[in-house]
Every structure is written in C-alpha cells, then in structure tokens.
Design a protein around this ligand. Structure first.
Ligand SMILES: *Cc1c(COP(=O)(O)O)cnc(C)c1O
Length: 376
C-alpha cells in the first residue's frame, strides 16, 4: 500500500486496536516497573518507567510517520527536547543557531555553551550567505534553525541550510514547532533532526507541556539522545503522553483552518494605517515569502506578528483593547492569543518593542478580524 496521507495517518493514530478488548483508543500505563518471569525474562523490552513507557509509543510512532522519520521521542517539554540535542554534544564542538529564535532556548543556549565549552555563533539563518559564513568545516557539529522563527516568522531555506551544514560535516536540526508536520517536512529537505514543542500545535489544547524529537536515521547521535533521555529522566509522564496523542488526532484540520484564518487576517490588516508592518510568511510582500511558498505546503502557519505604529505603549494599548484574544504567552491552541513580546523578553532582546505576536485559534475568522480592527 502507498504511504498514507497525513490525514489518514492522524485519523488512525498509529494504533492497532487493542487485541484483548477491541478498544480503539490507546490505554494509559502508569506502571513504573515491569515484572520478570520465573526464568528472569522480561515480557518485552521494557524494564523501568524512566527508560520506556508504552503510553508514549503511539504518539512517537505517529509523529515519526508524519515527519517521514525513522524514530521519534517524546520529552518532558520542548525545552527538554532541544536541550538534549545540545547536551549530547562534546565540549569544544561548535554550533550555529539563529539570532532570533524561541527566546528561552536562545537564552539558555548562550549560557550553556559558555559553561559547557561549546563554540556558539548566532546568525540570521534565513540569510543563506550569513549561514555559510558562520559554519566552520570540521568544527561545526550542529546547525540549529527555527522556521518560521518566533516571533518575526523569518523563513529559513531548509534545503540550502542542510547543504551548508552537511558540506561542513555538521548536522541540521530544525525547530519546526510553528510549521507543524502538516505544513513542512524538514527531513525530506535534508534535515537530520526535527524538534517540536508538542505543547503547541501537536497537542493543540493548551493543557500539556511536552516536547519531541524526530530523527531521519537511527544513527549514533540518536542512540546518544535515547540514552540521554533515559538517564537524565527528561521523559513525558504517561497521562501527558496520552493527551498529546489524543490532541494530535485533529492536528491537520486544526492547522489548516487556523492557517486559512491567519492568512485572511494578515491580508486584511496589511497596510493598515495603525501598523508599521504585518509579519506573516503568507503575504507576498513578506521578505521570505518565496522560500515559504516553496517549502511549506497547504498554508503558511497560524502565527503572525503586528508591529504597531507608536511603539511599545501603542502595542500594549492595542492588546488591552482586544476581547477575543487572551493576553497570554504560548501558541498553537484552539483559542487565539496575543502577546507583547518586549514585555516578556529581556531588554537586550533583538525583537522589536512594538511587536504583538498573535496565535490564531479556531474562533470565527470574521469575528477575530473585527476584534483586531476595533482594537487598532
Ligand atoms: C514553546 C516553544 C519552545 C519551547 O517548548 P516548551 O514546550 O514550552 O518547553 C521551543 N520552540 C518554539 C518555537 C516554541 O514555540
């Protein structure tokens, strides 16, 4: 049979029906340990709950299938998943990461690289020439990119980034949280590793903190990552893993609808006199629209940012006048959110002070647009 579409994969959820009960939904296994038989044999490869938990396996299998990967692992959070990638490098290794990326990861990375003896260069990874110049053949072990990148939604050309990384003997890891496997499949473009904050679209209901890594190959770095999760215990609890799987079943319908609403709102607000700019990869005027159109399929994401004329005070005032957008951090849930990034990032952040980040949810598109228009 041909490889099923994303919709069919999600609907079936990568679970067989439970042989004993016929159940069509997976079970939750809270057990921390597994009993051996009289000959001291374990019934499966599972021995202890920090090493393996069957509850996470359907979500991992589903995510690997969606990304076209050889394997996937759930982590306690997106940060735990991302940190594991850097923590399994060796002192002296060199890494390249974006200047503008998920803020908490950038902050942690700068500190961690300094203390762990990793070389770090932060570049505009959407600028292919800058990326090429930052990579050091033989020394750079990892190129980390995020696309579209939070919160300016810069789009990195993944095929070009993979070619640059591989030519230097480095691996390419992609934070694909905002793109989701519905819109972008980085492994098919040459990436070695994909990371998701499953807290966001994968779970989609703002009720679980979780992360995931997906690998192109079951290679030595992946085995090191598996051992790292097992020993450091950066695991996802069974109840959270079950919720992630449950949330993922509706991923494609949610994301497509959210993208459609986001595109409509971005297009309608583009050129609004109260705005300096609308940042959204789906707008033809967006700097990296051509790359986005080439490597994203079925939509440009449901995240957009508004730069408000009048700076931070004007941006905060607009946020304060919104009724249908919760003023909250995070993204990717069914409810729309607005966040003034400068209020939550440190003063030296490169993110513009007039920027409002918007996560489009599943509310009625016309009502969301009317709310934004009234607030502006
Ligand atoms: C939220 C987020 C993270 C961190 O994930 P957590 O689940 O909050 O730890 C990393 N990258 C991006 C792009 C995110 O949006």
């Amino acid at each position: 049979m041909a490889t099923p579409s994303i919709d069919t994969l999600l609907a079936h959820g990568a679970i067989g029906h439970d042989a004993a009960s016929g159940a069509v939904a997976p079970a939750i296994h809270p057990a921390t340990t597994f009993a051996r038989d009289e000959a001291y044999r374990l019934p499966s490869a599972r021995m202890y709950g920090r090493d393996d938990n069957a509850t996470g396996e359907p979500a991992e299998a589903l995510l690997a299938a969606l990304e076209g990967g050889a394997g996937a692992m759930l982590f306690a959070s997106g940060m735990a998943a991302a940190a594991a990638v850097f923590q399994t490098l060796a002192p002296g290794d060199h890494v390249v990461a974006p200047r503008i990326m998920y803020w908490a990861l950038r902050g942690w990375l700068v500190d961690f690289c300094a203390r762990w003896g990793l070389g770090l260069d932060l570049v505009d990874s959407h600028d292919t020439d800058a990326l090429r110049a930052a990579v050091r053949p033989g020394a750079t072990r990892l190129v980390w990119v995020e696309t579209p990148a939070n919160p300016t939604w810069d789009v990195t050309d993944l095929a070009a980034a993979a070619a640059i990384a591989h030519a230097a003997g480095a691996r390419l890891a992609v934070d694909s949280t905002a793109a989701t496997p519905v819109l972008s499949r980085p492994l098919a473009l040459g990436a070695d590793l994909v990371m998701h904050s499953a807290t966001k679209y994968l779970n989609g209901h703002s009720d679980v903190i979780a992360g995931a890594l997906v690998t192109a190959a079951l290679d030595e770095p992946w085995q090191r990552l598996r051992a790292h999760r097992r020993t450091t215990g950066a695991i996802l609890g069974p109840f959270e893993a079950w919720l992630v799987h449950r949330g993922m079943r509706t991923l494609a319908v949610r994301v497509r609808r959210q993208c459609e609403t986001a595109l409509g709102i971005a297009a309608a607000l583009d050129g609004h006199p109260a705005l300096v700019a609308v940042l959204y990869p789906g707008l033809p005027s967006f700097a990296h629209h051509a790359v986005a159109a080439r490597q994203m399929h079925g939509g440009f994401g449901a995240m957009l940012s508004l730069r408000v004329a009048g700076g931070a005070p004007a941006a905060l005032a607009v946020a304060g006048r919104l009724h249908l957008f919760a003023r909250a951090t995070s993204l990717g849930g069914v409810e729309s959110l607005v966040e003034h990034r400068a209020s939550v990032e440190p003063p030296d952040s490169p993110v513009p002070k007039d920027l409002l980040r918007i996560s489009i949810g599943l509310e009625d598109a016309d009502e969301l647009l009317a709310d934004l228009r009234a607030a502006l």
